[in-house]
Design a protein around this ligand. Structure first.
Ligand SMILES: Nc1ncnc2c1ncn2[C@@H]1O[C@H](COP(=O)(O)OP(=O)(O)O)[C@@H](O)[C@H]1O
Ligand SMILES: [Mg+2]
Length: 279
């Protein structure tokens, strides 16, 4: 991806550096990595900078969406900056998943505008939306959505296959990410042989492997016990800080909102209130 020219993500911390090329690199295997990657894999965790022409990863303006004439989103506007983590909270049925689907180009708003990395989604064809989603967005689900007949490593590799990434590069990135999320020892296991926590770690690796600028996570701890949920949240926070990736996190859980810089409360398809968090 050729993202160039935009300011550095604001949350860069020790252990990660920006190369002369503008891309990202982890300096050392992170402390939470139980089995450090071989040195030749270091480059595989490189992340690209956000694009020129905008400081924002997402600009949503007056987004409206109805199903069967029933309004679900009634004019939602917000901006998401590079490196920012935003929690979306609200009662069941308040439109959180619908908004996430619109942000990721899975669904289209009836009106309003969503810019993703400066591209207005409403101007894109279905193919254009699919391309943008494959290149720029990573998604994490409550129920993991791993492909059951593929191993953990093959699941992580899948987005790179769709993008036509060469095999050696695919393998390097998959190895590096499985190490980073702490499941390298389960690389050849099928999803049915993994615990919930392991499945979500694999899903996080899959969401990051193509180095998107945005992660959309829909209740990613909703199907995990407390300890595994906290581990997954800590991992998302670390990865966000290390890479500068932006995250929109739909959640019902208070601990999950604490890893976010901002919290937007949705109610009946509208932003009810917004809080800032010292994440
Ligand atoms: N594809 C759809 N067709 C019809 N109604 C839908 C569809 N998706 C969501 N809805 C309705 O829109 C409302 C908001 O749903 P959703 O965005 O999933 O809420 P949340 O994620 O906040 O629980 C709900 O009443 C739901 O039934
Ligand atoms: Mg939902």
């Amino acid at each position: 991806m050729a993202f160039t020219g935009s300011p550095q993500p604001p949350v860069l911390k020790a252990g990660c550096r920006i190369l002369a090329s503008g891309n990202w690199e982890l300096e050392t295997p992170p402390h939470s990595c139980p089995d450090p990657s071989p040195a030749y894999l270091d480059h595989a965790l490189e992340f690209t900078k956000p694009p020129s022409g905008t400081d924002a990863v997402v600009v949503a303006r007056d987004v409206r969406k109805s199903y069967d004439s029933r309004p679900v989103l009634r004019g939602v506007s917000f901006t998401l900056r590079p490196g920012e983590r935003l929690a979306l909270v609200g009662p069941s049925g308040s439109g959180k998943t619908t908004l996430l689907n619109c942000l990721g180009g899975v669904d289209r708003p009836d009106s309003g505008s969503i810019q993703l990395h400066g591209e207005a989604l409403e101007t894109l064809s279905s193919d254009g939306l699919a391309r943008l989603r494959r290149q720029r967005v990573g998604t994490i689900f409550q129920f993991f959505h791993l492909l059951p007949t593929l191993t953990a490593a093959e699941n992580v590799e899948f987005p790179l296959q769709l993008l036509g990434t060469p095999p050696a590069e695919r393998s390097a990135r998959v190895d590096a990410l499985l190490h980073r999320v702490g499941v390298a020892h389960r690389a050849h296991a099928l999803p049915s042989q993994l615990s919930g926590g392991e499945m979500q770690r694999v899903a996080i690796a899959r969401a990051l492997v193509h180095r998107p600028g945005l992660i959309l996570a829909d209740e990613p701890t909703g199907n995990l016990d407390t300890a595994n949920g906290e581990n997954v949240l800590a991992l998302l926070r670390e990865l966000g800080d290390e890479t500068g990736i932006s995250i929109v996190l739909v959640t019902h859980s208070l601990p999950a909102t604490r890893i976010c810089h901002r919290v937007i409360h949705l109610r009946d398809g509208l932003i009810d209130r917004e809080e800032s968090n010292p994440a």
